[in-house]
Write a protein that binds this ligand. Sequence first.
Ligand code: NAX
Length: 496
Amino acid sequence: MQTLLTSAQMRKADEFTIEHLPIASIDLMEKAARAFVHCFLRNEFDTNKSIAIFCGKGNNGGDGLAIAHLLLHNGYSNIKVYLVNFSDKQSLDYAINLQRLEESRCKKIVLNTAADLKSIKSDIIIDAILGSGLNKPLEGEYAVLVDHINQSKKRVYAVDVPTGFFAEGKLPKEYNGIKALKTICFQRPKINFFMPESALATAQFEVVAIGLDEAFIQKQTADFYLIEEDDIKQILQPRKLFSHKGTYGHALIIAGNTDTMGAALLSAMACLHTGAGLTTACIPPSGLVALNTRLPEVMSLPRDEYTKIENPEKYQAIAIGPGLGVSNENERLLEHLITTNQPLIIDADGLNILAERQDLLSKLPAHSLLTPHMKEFDRLFGAHESWWERLQTAKEQAVKLKIVIVLKNQYTFVCSSEGKVYINPTGNPAMAQGGMGDVLTGVIAAFLAQKYATIDAAILGCYVHGKTGDQLAKDKYVVTASEVAPGIASTIHELM
Ligand SMILES: NC(=O)C1=CN([C@@H]2O[C@H](COP(=O)(O)OP(=O)(O)OC[C@H]3O[C@@H](n4cnc5c(N)ncnc54)[C@H](O)[C@@H]3O)[C@@H](O)[C@H]2O)[C@@H](O)CC1
């Protein structure tokens, strides 16, 4: 897992590296600039293009000056450096790099006010005005200048973080910072890059290592962790010789209704392909023919208005919700399951029932798992203005209720009962289609049936689900849930 640090912690990592490597801070800045340029040159390779670099007077601007120097050495001859002189303060390393640039062939233009910038003729813009030192929203001259840059509609590359974008914490409702095509950020992604609001600030981001002390970073106390493929490889257990279906657990999927039977089929199919030893689908009798035709391996438990799950303890995982329908019978069924005190995976209509029956929330068996998307989450826990606030609630509720909350998003947040947030990096917009969540529920149920810990089942489930979608999306505009479910088995195989 990559430990994700706040800006204040990143500054400490800078200081630690400078003191212990040891390395002079100006040399660390040079390394950062080199890493930026290396990445930039992989994206832009036509040295005939002209570049405008906007530099503030802090260390972000210092990076910009060093980048100008390096681009000149890499064959770009048409570079204009705009010195954004809106503040009296300047950092020491900025001053050193400005001195170094004096002797170069770069054209330097001082902007004492935003109005000093007439028109931007350059093909590409590099934004190094303000970085992680941002401490208040943009206003005055900064806001006007940034607006001017955005209006130019040029390709903008941001250094470390787009000017005006907060690296962590609640983002303002109206974003008035730089809108970058790409942000090349240093050593770790900013936590807010994983929030949907970041789409306004940067279309993409890429992280480049600048030589900060990794051991120091990894051992910092943090709330956010980025899941990596190696973590998944370590958690996954191979299937053993002499094992049999009983070894891999029995999953019960309570799902489907007359007009949403597909959800039950998709969930059960995913459960099957993720390796549960036995899968039983508890569906209305009207779905039995479809189930037997489509998924002969899956057993059925017909669901009618009197259904009670006898001997729930015989299942190692019970998932309830996909396509279930919100009805009094289903409410009674969910309540009955909660009283058995067996951990549950609750999705879709299971969550909608919970939203109407808030009294059941506090009775949820420990180690249960909720898999809401944004709307389901807000129905459960109240409306939120920003994703940062939503995530804070998710963290608090996971701790309070002793459960795992899988808050679905482009980057899904897995919130543990210990208050940690694990960010899943896999998945893509081609997967944005009905049925995808039903598949995820089935995948997590299968991992739970195989006796993975709840948090591991959630992390594994999100990762392999997204990775399967990523593989399929390589040559497709859209991938369907029916394709993802059977693809899970190959993904797991490749990871082992
Ligand atoms: N050793 C280091 O600390 C390294 C830092 N690096 C760069 O340094 C950056 C951080 O540098 P700094 O801490 O100097 O901060 P910045 O360069 O981001 O900003 C510095 C100044 O901006 C002012 N400011 C903040 N918000 C403002 C606002 N809304 N309007 C007007 N002024 C505002 C601050 O008061 C401060 O004086 C990183 O983003 C990265 O680009 C890299 O060079 C790598 C090494």
